[in-house]
Design a binder for this molecule. Sequence first.
Ligand SMILES: Cc1cc2nc3c(=O)[nH]c(=O)nc-3n(C[C@H](O)[C@H](O)[C@H](O)COP(=O)(O)OP(=O)(O)OC[C@H]3O[C@@H](n4cnc5c(N)ncnc54)[C@H](O)[C@@H]3O)c2cc1C
Ligand code: FES
Length: 329
Amino acid sequence: MVCGFMKGFCEVVMGQEYGSSSKGEFRAVVSSNRQIGISFYRLTLEFSGAGAEAFDGFGPGQFVQLDVSGAALPPVERIPDELADAARREILLRRPFSFTDVTREGDKTVADLLYCVVGPATLRMTTFKAGDSVSVVGPLGNGFSVPEGKKKAFLVFGGMGTAPMQHLAKVLAWDEKERDIEVVAFAGAKSVHALPFEGRMDEISQQLGFSIREFAKYTIESMVATDDGSSGFHGPVTDCFLEWLKENKPSVEEAIIYSCGPEAMLGKVAEIAKERNIDCQVSLERRMACGIGVCQSCAVECRVEGSSETVYKMCCEDGPVFDAREVVF
Ligand SMILES: Cc1cc2nc3c(=O)[nH]c(=O)nc-3n(C[C@H](O)[C@H](O)[C@H](O)COP(=O)(O)OP(=O)(O)OC[C@H]3O[C@@H](n4cnc5c(N)ncnc54)[C@H](O)[C@@H]3O)c2cc1C
Ligand code: FES
């Protein structure tokens, strides 16, 4: 993860070197697969042996490629109408996913994956059950980094961008504890039903600023923004973030923004960061066929420092985390 724009960011990569030579194909055992909300599921995977070692140092923002080809379809009544045609498609390619949490438990490494049912692969994933064996390729990609001197981190995310942000929140709050970085999370969704969280998201918890349980457990303040106003701030999460910045005026040198979610949201976050000269790392999503830099299906247009030219980088190998200044949105 070394490039002109990221030089200052490379001093500390969450305390260790990711993307190590230990990446490979490993088998994981499903320990649970639980529905949380209308379209979201939390899948817990257990790695042992070499897999436990390989995923022990998995960093926030890194990802895995999951083989879903052997998974069964759910019964017809559990297939949403809008996915009825797509459901029939065979799953040839692996699918990329981040983890929301990774913990070492004795000789096992346990990883939590939060997924949204959007197509044939994620639909089939809903039929995974405890004891199933799944092939996982990883750890892949670079992951987020914490530059020296940062004291305030803003996590701005929407949709499935939530997954790596939950993992990052834990690492910032616990693993980076001695650096004493204050974290504030801003979660956006179309409506309260599209928020992939458990627990209450009501007015009282909003007023306390600890509305999202998944962040509150790390004593991280969180704000919710919904497009329809059904919970929290009424409007885009980027507007909610802007208001917070205007009110609180953090020191820009000590601040860093981490963002993951829909590309339009990332573009807006990048703009906010640029206008205020705040460092910002964005995690991009691309369709990924191979996940290892071979097929070129995941190209990202990037600026060349000190020039008007652009180059294409591979989201799977050079990313998925990029300095926001580098990406052409
Ligand atoms: C690095 C990375 C990390 C990811 N982490 C997560 C995660 O933690 N949880 C999660 O639910 N999803 C995550 N995704 C997205 C996930 O890979 C896709 O939702 C999944 O592959 C969809 O497969 P499918 O067969 O169900 O649907 P498909 O039929 O493949 O896709 C359904 C719809 O989603 C869109 N789509 C699918 N994949 C992508 C993509 N990569 N980028 C943009 N649009 C896409 C398609 O255009 C289509 O409209 C991640 C993607 C990347 C690149
Ligand atoms: S997914 Fe094949 S090069 Fe990135």
